[in-house]
Design a protein around this ligand. Structure first.
Ligand code: AMP
Ligand code: GLY
Length: 425
């Protein structure tokens, strides 16, 4: 089989790496890919939003299956373009990717189908939002309706911050049209868990749990980032939590989408908060998480191509998902100053110290080849994700931090407390 993966981050590197283990796959392409991905796949210089060009390529190369990694092309309808041309593709159509593409849509869906989530109101007028906030209890959460690179969520401690937030999102349009509509949501507290799942329109199969660390600094301080590290499984995702979510959240979401005429095929990523009153959905994503994928896929036993195909063909019920009884920790190596201002273009050393058979892996997020075609250079805020397996979370964490030391580059920055939460479990 020939497989094309669309995307260019650490998540896509992990997806490509997992696909490369399938005995059924003879060639992998990635558009546009990155330096690290090019070691496993042929990278093609087509942007993720160039749908017709991607489809032209898939047709010309007789690609058997295309896997979309990123949210933007899914929400923009890349799957519809592929399907209209008779090309096999894994991911939700535009009318289903709205589960991630519009927070107002997903909140309304949850309300209609009694899926546990925070109480909320939706506004498309700044004045109405401000009027509502006058009497709302604080803290409160403001969310841009549309995609905003994971940054369109503002937690406001008091009325002044909330007023300022409405101005940022709706008047200054900090996230462009994503903020034309906003969701104002009850503030919740609790531990966060990411649960990824495969969905074929009717059946849902849950992968193992994970937890992300979104803030830039140790102790969850500093700005929100694309993710500074992850661990899997989450010790807080207990059997009781799992039972609750299976009863009230997972299948209910899939059935709700089908009832709305928006059959969902692909990945549903449930961002959950474990509150005192039980698990609540914080958000849905219509794709794999980054960097959750970097800890979930190395623990998965199945041939992922079999699972992708079962989803596309609507026979996921035949698949038994299996995960190793171990743990994984991923530490992201970033460029100092990320997510605001950082330099790039520095040579990376130590990558040759990952033979690939010692349970330690490097997934590239932002790298490229130097002109010599041999050395890798830093080429982004998040540069690499170092994943290590271990028999349990503690040993995985120790292995990941040891492995992270094998790599050096100028301005290397990482958090030192990824997985610290497991000590509280
Ligand atoms: P989202 O993109 O909706 O997952 O929001 C990003 C982050 O904001 C989440 O991972 C939470 O840390 C935080 N957040 C979102 N909604 C709430 C809420 N209702 N209460 C507390 N924190 C929230
Ligand atoms: N790690 C969070 C996300 O992928 O949205």
């Amino acid at each position: 089989m020939k497989v094309l993966v669309v995307g260019s981050g650490g998540r896509e590197h992990a997806i490509v790496w997992k696909i490369a283990q399938s005995s059924r796959v003879e060639k992998i392409y990635c558009a546009p890919g990155n330096g690290g991905i090019s070691q496993l796949a042929e990278c093609v210089p087509i942007g993720a939003m160039e749908f017709e060009k991607l489809a032209d390529f898939a047709e010309k190369e007789a690609i058997d299956l295309t896997v979309i990694g990123m949210d933007d092309p899914l929400v923009g309808g890349v799957v519809d373009v592929f399907e209209a041309r008779g090309l096999r593709v894994f991911g939700p159509r535009k009318n289903a990717a709205i589960l991630e593409g519009s927070k107002a849509f997903s909140k309304d869906l949850m309300k209609k189908y009694n899926i546990p989530t925070a109480a909320y109101e939706t506004f498309d007028s700044a004045q109405e939002a401000l009027n509502y906030l006058e009497t709302a209890s604080m803290p409160i959460v403001l969310k841009a309706d549309g995609l905003a690179l994971g940054k369109g969520v503002l937690i406001c401690r008091d009325l002044d911050e909330a007023r300022e937030g409405v101005k940022e999102l709706m008047e200054d349009k900090k996230f462009g049209s994503a903020g034309e509509k906003i969701v104002v949501e009850e503030f919740m507290t609790g531990r966060e868990v990411s649960v990824l799942s495969f969905v074929d329109g009717k059946t849902i199969k849950i992968m193992t749990s994970a937890q992300d660390h979104k803030r830039a600094g140790d102790g969850d301080t500093g700005l929100n980032t694309g993710g500074m590290g992850t661990f899997s499984p989450s010790p807080f995702y207990t059997e009781e939590v799992d039972e609750f979510c299976r009863k009230y959240i997972y299948q209910t979401t899939v059935d709700a989408m089908a009832k709305e005429g928006r059959e969902f095929k692909g990945i549903i990523f449930f961002g959950l908060m474990l509150t005192e009153k039980g698990p609540r959905v914080l958000e849905y994503n219509a794709r794999f998480g980054d960097p959750e994928t970097q800890v979930v896929l190395p623990r998965m036993k199945n041939d992922i191509v079999d699972v992708f195909e079962a989803c596309v063909d609507g026979r996921l019920d035949e698949i038994q998902l299996e995960f190793e009884d171990n743990a994984a920790v991923c530490v992201v190596l970033a460029s100092d100053g990320y997510p605001v201002h950082y330099e790039k273009g520095f040579p990376i050393s130590g990558l040759d110290q990952f033979p690939g058979d010692d349970g330690c892996y490097v997934f590239h997020a932002g790298t490229k080849f130097a002109e010599d075609g041999k050395t890798f250079l830093t080429n982004g805020g998040r540069v690499l994700g170092v994943t290590a397996l271990g028999k349990d979370l503690r040993s995985a964490r120790e292995n990941a931090y040891k492995a992270a030391e094998r790599i050096s580059f100028a301005n290397k920055y990482m958090r030192h407390d990824i997985g610290k939460a497991i000590d509280e479990a």
